[in-house]
Ligand binder design. Structure first.
Ligand code: SAJ
Length: 445
């Protein structure tokens, strides 16, 4: 064991990262940048080709430069070949996707396949780290026995196994990879110690615990955030009915030193918050009501609410959605990222298209348009529109010239503000029919 620790400190430890996606690629790159020789394994030729050419498949700030630096220095390369990637490794870090299926049940097929391949390559003294988000119990109940039966080796005695989840938000990956305290949970104390030593080379702070605890802690973080946002969303529906402003109320409530209500919005997207709560409750037997499930339902309802308020405004002003042009701003699931996975924009755009509207989208970061026509700028999308719907809070959308918007739009222009980026009284002064999420009018109840 001391020899392994020395090899880590001397950077003689060779690392293979299985899955070179949004988590695996920065992981591989940052270990290479810390001085290790790293191989990134993936099944997608375009990712492998990009990495070996010194490029990133995501536009994550700073990542491209780091990939290029480490590929040129000969510390980082990518491959499609498992045997090439796993044959020489001292540590294998698994960062493949663990999605949920249509029934909201975890699909561990990618993870179990990766574990199987890692199991075939296991040798005495190797470290296997799971970084994919997993349902509680997965490392001890599924992965450990699989590795032991394939390799005929024993965890802790012959090889080391730890769960080390990521805590990085797209857009801030490089900063958070280093700065977020890293939870390291081994299946035993030697596994924890070795994995902690390895992650100390890329993280400011490492917190040592055990695998089962770390699995639940990872899921608790994102579930807490999802439940908090659901509370903010439900509060905004209440405020709309009571004729008060949820944005102002949240600001006031958050002046209390023990209150921190998140921001309401047009829905919660992305690959983490939409899935992790289901992983957490997967096998738990809970009496009703289940606030975690209810929170998911509240957040999933929000895109419908956008359609509902738009329809109501159209009815009030005597226009029809079916004969209108609607500009939808933002297809990314959150501000300033190019990622549209599970974005609330998808169902909103598709519902408007289904109602017969002509839908034009614009997103400064993201090329996805979910079947709508894609404009080259916000103002091009807004031109001649009957209605502007703001879905993503990109920086570019936070400094609109409202007068210009007003002049570009058709008569009786409608603005539906899913992120509260526009000043309501300024909009109304210009003759815009404005509806913001959480902003009620007296008499709405
Ligand atoms: N959102 C709101 N209101 C808010 C905050 C976010 O409606 O107050 C929406 C966003 O617009 C977006 C969704 O929620 O649609 C998710 O946003 P997010 O900021 O939580 O970002 P993620 O999902 O990219 O990242 C989360 C992070 N988790 C926490 O902050 C607890 C990140 O640290 C994790 O690494 C990541 O999940 C993950 O991979 O697990």
């Amino acid at each position: 064991m001391e020899e392994i620790i020395t090899n880590i400190r001397d950077r003689r430890f060779r690392i293979t990262v299985v899955g070179s996606g949004y988590v695996g690629l920065p992981t591989a790159t940052l270990f290479a940048d810390a001085g290790f020789t790293v191989i990134a394994l993936d099944i997608k030729p375009e990712i492998v080709e990009a990495v070996n050419g010194g490029f990133s498949f995501t536009s994550e700030p700073g990542l491209q430069m780091l990939i290029s630096r480490n590929v040129n220095a000969g510390r980082l390369r990518a491959t499609l070949s498992s045997s090439e990637a796993l044959g020489e490794a001292d540590a294998i870090i698994v960062a493949v996707q663990t999605p949920i299926d249509q029934n909201k049940e975890p699909d561990l097929s990618f993870l179990m396949k990766a574990s199987e391949e890692a199991g075939k390559a296991l040798k005495k003294g190797m470290l296997l780290v799971i970084s994919s988000t997993v349902p509680p119990g997965t490392v001890l109940e599924n992965i450990k026995p699989k590795l032991e039966s394939i390799s005929s080796l024993e965890a802790e005695a012959d090889f080391y196994l730890a769960y080390v989840p990521e805590r990085i938000a797209p857009g801030k990956v490089l900063k958070e990879f280093f700065e977020s305290p890293r939870l390291v949970g081994g299946v035993g104390s030697d596994s924890t110690r070795i994995a902690a030593e390895l992650f100390r080379t890329v993280s400011k702070e490492v917190i040592e615990t055990d695998a089962a605890t770390t699995e639940v802690a990872k899921l608790a973080e994102n579930t807490f955030r999802d439940v908090n946002i659901a509370f903010a969303n439900q509060l905004s529906l209440i405020c709309e009915q009571y004729g008060v402003d949820a944005a102002q109320i949240i600001k006031l409530a958050n002046t209390h030193p023990r209150v921190n209500i998140h921001a309401p919005g047009p829905g919660v997207g992305g690959p983490c918050l939409t899935k992790d709560p289901y992983l957490l409750i997967h096998k738990a037997k809970l009496a009703q009501p289940n606030i975690i499930k209810a929170a998911r339902q509240v957040n999933d309802y929000m895109p419908n609410h956008i359609i509902k308020i738009t329809s109501r405004v159209f009815r009030n002003i005597g226009k029809r959605i079916s004969t209108s042009k609607i500009a939808v701003l933002g297809t990314a699931y959150k501000a300033n990222v190019d990622d549209s996975r599970l974005s609330p924009s998808k169902s909103i755009i598709q519902r408007f298209l289904g109602l017969g509207a002509r839908v034009v989208t614009y997103d400064p970061c993201c090329a996805e348009s979910f079947g709508a026509k894609r404009a080259k700028s916000s103002y091009e999308a807004i031109e001649d529109a009957d209605c502007l719907v703001i879905i993503t809070d990109h920086i570019e959308f936070q400094s609109f010239n409202l007068k210009r918007i007003r002049n570009l739009m058709k008569e009786k222009p409608v603005v539906i503000d899913g992120r509260r980026l526009i000043n309501p009284s300024e909009a109304e002064k210009l003759g815009i029919v404005y509806k913001g999420i959480g902003l009620g009018e007296r008499g709405d109840l």
